[in-house]
Ligand binder design. Sequence first.
Ligand SMILES: [Fe+2]
Ligand SMILES: [Fe+2]
Length: 473
Amino acid sequence: MCKKLSILLLGFLIAAGACTSTQTYSSIEKGAQFMPETLGLVPGASAAELNFTWYADAGSGDVSQLRLFNEQGKLVKTVNGTANPASEGKVSHKVSVSGLNPHARYRYSVSNNGSDWSYDYNFRTAKQDSFSFACVGDPQLTLGEQDKTSNLFSADKTTAQGWKDTIVQIAKAGVDFIAGVGDQVDITAKGNENEYRNFFAPDELKTIPFAPAVGNHDRHYPFGYHFNLPNEQKFEPIVNAANKNDLETGTAEAAGNYWYLYNNTLFVVLNTSAYPDSAAAAEPYIDRFDTTLNAATAANRGKYTWLFVQHHKSTASIAQHIADEDIQYYVEAGFEKLMDKYNVDFVLAGHDHVYARSYAMRDGKPVNTDRDTIANPGAAIYLTVTTASGLKYYNIFDTEGIYVKNNTAYPYLVNGLTGSASYLQGNMPLSNSVGIQNKKPEYTVIQVSGKSVSFKTYDIDSGNPIDSFTVTK
Ligand SMILES: [Fe+2]
Ligand SMILES: [Fe+2]
């Protein structure tokens, strides 16, 4: 090669290198500082994907762009998404990023006009070996309501602060993501964004993906504006007397049935926020769950060892929602039979603001009553988690507080009887293995290591778990 050509080629290579090597977070043009009002992540449709959502004022930009950087801050790509009008004069920006490497760390920045960019935040993708996640329930963020019944909080501590404190503990535990079981916000008025601002306030939620379930308090359009869900199944809304013939409520009740695969574990999220007023009225919802479970398991056949369901209204509760008829109708229409049909290993739920763990259950009965280490149960364990923020706590055997005092048919009790009255005499549901009401915010850390899953539930102020158990297969 002649000397002249070599110099030319060298010059070209330097120039080509300069084109990409200068594209780092520190050197790239960022315009003015963009501050999204809320910003959150949800696990993606596969391990190679991740979903992002943020809010900004209408009129401040109508594009959705995300710059993806590798761990060293080098620009990998810029991804475009959608921007749609949301409530209170806001725009909901959504981007789905694909082509991510497994077990990798990335940084990202977002923009709603393509010229002004946010700070950069970190996230990491699914590990190919063991992983852990946190389960939280009913943060139910309000506009600042105090936690009046807590054993822990001072009188002036708000649920917003309680939620932040819990998320800090969860981040310290080093979990890979958070699985929610509903009632993310209290939504005292539909479209009230202050509650969502409180929900997304912890900065850790810009780094740790959060997979939400729709709770009865989340039955509004803002849920869909704030969460970019993977593999969401589309269903027609049911609008009837039970939801006051309200299209927004019916639409929200039809949303939020979705799934995601994380390493060797399949998560199917179901929407039990509706209030069916008979077993027949519950059947269309059970059909939705069947459709979603069928789609999720068919798409991932042979890919998962463990199957988790996340949903809101626990069918294994032990406190004031114990005899609720809507939950009874879900069970009578076949909710727990579906868990058996699809060989679900764990059902995570909330709604009763109390901690409860069931035995391994099949066909409505305990099939394994081991407590600490449960080997090859071949049946579902139902876990009910309490509030993660400290909004309110429901008591066990609460004669005054129980919502339905006169139900003779439900729940099914350990003494062989059914109904509110026998429960209030001190008889737990036959499913119940552990029940705790500490009146403190709690969170559960779940470690999945191949064919072993261990659960540890913590009080926010305690280093020791209040309940722990391991399941193997
Ligand atoms: Fe709740
Ligand atoms: Fe609830």
